[in-house]
Ligand binder design. Structure first.
Ligand code: CP
Length: 315
């Protein structure tokens, strides 16, 4: 595997999942694989889980890790060509990315969408510029449209908790006070459908349907009750509107996954990528309850990152 930007970069998804499981059972089994190699983790946006789990995973493999909080600690970066840099941006990606390419062996990058236009975000121009200009294998730490490390950890968690039958998974939109990226939801849909071992139904309000390129193979509905019926897992997540793109169009609290609604599922386990705003996105009673799997899910971020780094190190 040369880069890790989406499920399409993964040659064998069941094998990658198996490696994540194996690292969870024995974290130090490839402790020398990354000796002498340095992972650079470049964050243009905040992170807790991705930052820490990637560092731990890399260290399990013997790698050195450098975390660069570029947005807060580095020179403000310009990404457009043909701009006279007489404003606040003092370093161009055309120098910054190849310079980082001299320092690291693998480059991790977090670069959120601007949520101004779908076309701009779907171009993934910052991620693609880092790929082209750094010359390094790229590990996406969440891009403008996708969060593949999260999705791999999500599948690992579902595999651990699944019933013997083919599971039914509901991805259920939740209210929020801010317009959030579509990355986690897009990516989750893409990975579950590529995995092929579960039925996925996605429920969202009018104006929030995700792009079909990510949801193909899932059932899409505007009826949350239909999605929750017989669900074995409920993945709760807010994302901003897609029509109009990036807007905060709905804040309807009736979309909250209440304990009453959860009681009408097949004792579904509740997933969320975190961070989660209690009693806004998910009720505290659900998060505190026995069906919540969000901490296990976040713990699995280490094993997902370790499996991906192993693949990148092996080329
Ligand atoms: N779920 C996730 O990516 O968490 P962080 O934003 O804290 O990294």
């Amino acid at each position: 595997m040369l880069h890790f930007r989406s499920v399409h970069d993964v040659p064998d998804l069941p094998a990658l999942l198996a490696r994540a499981q194996a690292f969870k059972a024995n974290p130090r089994q490839c402790a020398d694989l990354g000796l002498g190699k340095t992972l650079g983790l470049v964050f243009l946006n905040p992170s807790t889980r991705t930052r820490i789990s990637s560092q731990i995973a890399a260290r399990h493999l013997g790698m050195e890790v450098v975390v660069f909080n570029a947005a807060t600690e580095g020179w403000a970066m310009e990404f457009e060509d043909g701009v006279v840099m007489d404003g606040t941006r003092v370093e161009h990606i055309r120098e910054a990315a190849p310079v980082l390419g001299q320092y690291f062996d693998i480059l991790g990058l977090r670069s959120f969408p601007a949520l101004q236009t779908k076309e701009e975000d779907h171009r993934e121009s910052i991620l693609n510029q880092f790929v082209q200009l750094s010359g390094l294998p790229l590990l996406s730490l969440e891009s403008a449209t996708l969060h593949p490390l999260q999705s791999l950890a999500d599948l690992l968690t579902i595999q651990e908790l699944r019933p013997a039958r083919r599971p039914r998974i509901a991805l259920s939109w939740a209210p929020h006070i801010k317009p959030l990226p579509h990355c986690v939801a897009n990516s989750f849909a893409q990975w579950v459908t590529a995995w092929g071992e579960a039925d996925l139904v996605i429920a969202q309000p009018e104006g929030y349907a995700l792009d079909e390129q990510f949801t193909r193979g899932a059932h899409v509905t505007y009826d949350q009750a239909e999605a929750l019926e017989d669900a074995d897992f409920v993945y709760v997540k807010n994302w901003s509107a897609t029509d109009p793109y990036g807007a905060l169009r709905c804040t309807d609290p009736s979309w909250l996954l209440t304990p009453d609604k959860l009681a009408r599922t097949r004792q579904a386990r509740v997933l969320h990528c975190l961070p989660v705003r209690r009693d806004l996105e998910l009720p505290a009673a659900v998060l505190n309850g026995p069906q919540s799997a969000v901490v296990q899910q976040a713990g699995n971020r280490v094993w997902a990152a370790q499996a991906v780094l192993e693949m990148l190190l092996r080329g």
